[in-house]
Design a binder for this molecule. Structure first.
Ligand code: PLP
Length: 497
């Protein structure tokens, strides 16, 4: 296919040039309003924010320029079919799970998955069979589960419908996708991938392979994260015939808006164009300047920039070197504080923090000048906060995640009770509690509050982390089990009854 073409963008430009008299929504009618945001961002953005069913195709039933643009996307990402998403990879994950795993069917997935995956379980009613990630006790982050742990669960749950993989994790760890796809397919299971952080994978030999290259059946990819599209613009990729066009189409109809933004669709079309033509060179350039920055950071007292060798030693199969993981080895501040200091005092926005780590995402937009600013800021911060002997304690979790006793959907629908966190010991959670970013829940609906998780939540509350809970006053939402039992004819069963 001719990757030089941008069929949707061209059609949009033509439509704008035609000087239409608009009587469809949106009612600003191509920017014909007094609006402070329009003044700031420029009239053209508003002019391009059209619905235009005649001329610009329909995302929910594409047969014209969206269809053409999706075919180019599929070709670029080595898929058989691509579905544009305008509500992020979250919507792709919801659709992907709903399309493949029904209520009471099992899906094998890593426990360190994003909250959208948990919401996918709630929507579909599936039973999660978790594979525990390998835990890096030094950085206190979760990487990939080992392939052996996936295999154990595949053997233990032969009726599971699908396996689910994160490619890569937020911190760049990847798994042996080809081996996993082979084993899963031989066992009659589908292969699903969350590639929210992987829109650039597969574009260079220096990067891990993508899920489509490994013959996965479906993958949701955040083009907006590392592929150059506008925020919320993602794509759901399909390969082979284990999952049909119809399966995906039907579940996308459940989650898609009927008013997709054509700005986002145009950004997908041109992001794909850039990646197809320039992705390889640009990414290799970025990996090179990232490596140079790593070397400089490693000379700064109190800090370590972790890369591929480190993650392979920790058990990852491969590593995405565009993730610049900076460990705080010996500073008087923690990762959350470093994240804040970098923004508040040096005007540098990092992607996320953990207790001993901050993460910089390098992507096609990364400038050497910005990496230099980061290195210089870290040098200065080291002068201010370095100590020879670390004063803050390492905080280790015995079991990183609590036990699940109820399907997430059942817990989500069960009657609610609000209790103090300290009184939640032994009760079943109705909420997902997470540090954001990364948005990986510490506890999810259906899991039981144990001492470890209560301590962890209290500890995170004391750090400068942003912790998302239903309420901010140290109360939590749990299942009102007495009421649940009284009404249980109306709701579905517990796991362990
Ligand atoms: C691992 C992971 N999966 C899925 C998502 C959801 O992607 P999106 O923000 O495109 O909806 C995110 C978002 O941060 C993520 O980190």
């Amino acid at each position: 296919m001719n990757q030089n073409e941008t069929p949707f963008l061209e059609a949009l430009k033509k439509y704008i040039d035609e000087n239409v008299s608009p009587f469809d929504v949106p009612g600003h009618h191509m920017g014909n309003v007094d609006n402070l945001f329009k003044d700031y961002i420029g009239e053209l953005t508003y002019r391009c924010d059209v619905n235009a069913p005649r001329g610009l195709d329909n995302l929910n039933h594409p047969s014209g320029v969206i269809d053409e643009a999706q075919k180019l996307m599929a070709d670029c990402y080595k898929a058989d079919e691509a579905f544009f998403l305008i509500n992020g990879t979250s919507s792709g994950i919801l659709a992907m799970i709903a399309a493949t795993v029904k209520a009471h069917e099992e899906i094998i997935l890593p426990r360190n998955c994003h909250k959208s995956v948990i919401n996918g379980l709630i929507l579909s009613g599936a039973i999660p069979v978790f594979v525990m990630p390998q835990f890096d006790h030094n950085l206190e982050i979760s990487n990939q589960p080992s392939i052996d742990d996936y295999i154990k669960q595949i053997e233990k749950h032969p009726n599971a419908k699908a396996i689910f993989v994160i490619n890569p994790t937020y911190f760049g760890s990847t798994n042996d996708l080809k081996a996993l796809a082979k084993i899963a397919h031989e066992n009659g299971m589908l292969c699903l991938a969350d590639e929210a952080h992987g829109a650039h994978l597969g574009f260079s030999k220096e990067l891990p392979i993508s899920a489509m290259e490994a013959d996965f059946d479906l993958s949701a990819v955040s083009m907006h994260k590392t592929g150059g599209a506008l925020t919320q613009a993602s794509v759901l990729l399909r390969k082979g015939n284990r999952v049909t066009h119809y399966d995906v189409f039907k579940s996308l109809m459940v989650v898609n808006t009927t008013s997709p933004s054509n700005l986002l669709i145009a950004s997908l079309d041109s992001a794909r164009h850039f990646m197809a033509l320039n992705g390889k060179n640009k990414l290799e350039e970025v990996i090179k300047i990232g490596e140079e920055a790593r070397e400089k950071i490693n000379e700064i007292p109190g800090l370590k920039a972790r890369g591929k060798d480190y993650f392979l030693n920790q058990g990852s199969y491969d590593y995405d070197s565009t993730k610049l993981v900076i460990e705080l080895e010996s500073l008087t501040i923690n990762g959350f504080e470093l994240y804040n200091v970098l923004k508040d005092e040096y005007n540098i926005q990092m992607e996320l923090a953990e207790q001993y780590t901050v993460l910089a995402i390098l992507a096609i937009g990364t400038k050497k000048e910005h990496l230099d600013n980061l290195v210089n800021a870290l040098k200065d911060i080291s002068k201010r906060f370095y100590i020879e002997k670390r004063t803050y304690p390492k905080y280790h979790y015995d079991s990183p995640f609590p036990k699940m006793v109820m399907r997430p959907r059942v817990a989500y629908q069960a009657p609610v009770k609000r209790v103090n966190l300290d009184d939640a010991l032994g009760l079943i959670s109705k909420e997902s509690i997470m540090i954001y970013p990364p948005g990986i829940p510490l506890i999810i609906p259906g899991e039981v509050f144990d001492k470890n998780i209560i301590d962890r939540i209290k500890w995170y509350k004391k750090t400068k982390a942003t912790i998302l809970m239903d309420y901010d006053d140290m109360t939590v939402s749990v299942v009102d089990y007495e009421q649940y039992l009284e009404n249980r004819d109306n709701v579905e069963d517990r796991f362990d009854d």
